[in-house]
Design a protein around this ligand. Structure first.
Ligand code: CTP
Ligand SMILES: C[C@](O)(CO)[C@H](O)COP(=O)(O)O
Length: 395
């Protein structure tokens, strides 16, 4: 079993009884996307998360598959496992299910908190350098009353030092697994409480007011409003990329991640995947992050023979870091041969997989130059690409 250093365990086995009709809340749609897909996507997109395990109810496999759609193919997503009667049981079963991956850190998160942001995830992970556990939380600002008999106030509770716990809650894996095993049968409402019961040190890091848990039916209305606000603040940027590689002696070319037998190969410092290079530059262009040579200097021997997915992954991660989303990309390969048509769908699938987006958001086309110019003389292959990226509007 492959080692995954940091795993996110997303608990999604609840029934959502407080959220009213409409089935388990994690499978309901928010602005056209299932709550659970939104939540899981945030963790898949974080560069320090190596794997994501979702814990689902035993009856929900079909709903889970439908809700996740293209995300099911994401290389970081592990197969879901079945949870238990209470949240605490689901977390424990989730932890047991990843033992073979030997994680050193685990982040536990509610599927019902779809507005988790990258910065909060990073804060929780970083805090684990100096504590057994760390949770996202918000200080209490309202005055807190304790209820007595007949709805009368029994006391005003000093609010200094009071925090509202959110998720993710992160821990050193071995310690939280032992703590959860020890806590089996006790009723504790979050993983920090499980850790505290085991004597672990758990630190508080700032969460986000947007990181609400969908609990009551009316929370869905608030969530739609929040999304409307967020979406309005996005804008589209477009980038363009162009690349050329010459042919040399060989018997196959690699184009958009697909190896195609050919009478020649493409010459280059890396694997010379001209399509992927053009696309990488297009994405970097859309986020104004320079070009492929800035990030992977050809003078650096480290990149000699490198597979080009490394370049594209870097561009993808930079988009995620900028809180952006790749909306669409379009690659045109320019050559007389080899024929691109028979390989186009595999190319689209390969690019979509690397970019973690639906295949429908990736287009690959080809053209010849009617035997004119260097491509017409079959001296090499050129590629052009455009990428549209949705980015938060900078204030
Ligand atoms: N047996 C359970 C109960 C809850 N959860 C998950 O824990 C998170 C937080 O729990 P909560 O908001 O209480 O969800 P539900 O249990 O689904 O809601 P309710 O209590 O209203 O039924 C949710 O993502 C939920 O799916 C879980 O994995 N297994
Ligand atoms: C873990 C939690 O999200 C922290 O706020 C919360 O306690 C879980 O939900 P529940 O409604 O208390 O089950």
């Amino acid at each position: 079993m492959v080692k995954l250093n940091t795993i996110a365990v997303i608990v999604a086995a609840g029934r959502g009884s407080r959220a009213g009709a409409g089935g388990p809340k994690q499978y309901r749609l928010l602005a056209g996307q299932a709550v659970i897909a939104r939540t899981v996507e945030a963790f898949l997109g974080h560069p320090d998360i190596d794997g994501v395990r979702v814990i689902i109810h035993r009856d929900d496999r079909d709903e889970y598959d439908a809700a996740m759609g293209a995300l099911l193919k994401h290389r970081k997503l592990l197969d879901p496992v079945t949870g238990g009667a209470e949240r605490q049981d689901s977390v424990r079963l989730g932890l047991e299910s990843i033992i073979a991956n030997h994680p050193s850190r685990v982040l536990i998160h509610d599927a019902a908190r779809p507005f988790i942001d990258q910065k909060t995830i990073t804060r929780v992970i970083n805090a684990l350098d100096t504590a057994d556990g760390a949770i996202a939380a918000l200080p209490v600002h309202d005055t807190i009353k304790r209820e007595g008999a007949d709805k009368k106030i029994a006391a005003t509770v000093p609010r200094e030092a009071l925090w509202r716990a959110q998720t993710p809650q992160g821990f050193h894996f071995d310690k939280i697994l032992a703590a959860h095993r020890e806590a089996e049968g006790k009723v504790l409402t979050d993983d920090a409480a499980v850790a505290e019961a085991a004597g672990l040190s758990v630190t508080l890091v700032p969460g986000s007011p947007d990181n609400m848990k969908l609990t009551q039916a009316q929370d869905f209305g608030m969530a739609e409003t929040l999304l409307g606000r967020k979406d309005k603040k996005m804008e589209y940027r477009t980038g363009h990329g162009y690349d050329v590689h010459a042919f040399e002696e060989g018997n196959a070319v690699i184009l958009c991640g697909v190896e195609i037998p050919h009478e020649k190969k493409l010459k280059g410092h890396s694997d010379a995947d001209v399509g992927m290079h053009a696309l990488t530059d297009a994405i970097l262009g859309a986020i104004s992050e320079g070009d492929i040579g800035d990030h992977f200097p050809p003078s650096d021997p480290k990149w000699k023979g490198a597979p080009s997915h490394v370049f594209l992954e870097k561009a993808r991660d930079l988009v995620a870091r900028a809180k952006g989303k790749i909306a669409h990309c379009d690659v045109t390969l320019i050559c007389e041969a080899p024929k691109i048509g028979p390989h186009r769908d595999r190319m689209r699938a390969a690019l979509a997989l690397i970019l973690d987006i639906d295949e429908r958001r990736v287009s690959v086309k080809a053209t010849t130059t009617e035997q004119l110019g260097f491509t017409g003389r079959r001296e090499g292959i050129a590629a052009m690409a455009t990428a549209s990226v949705a980015l938060p509007v900078s204030e």
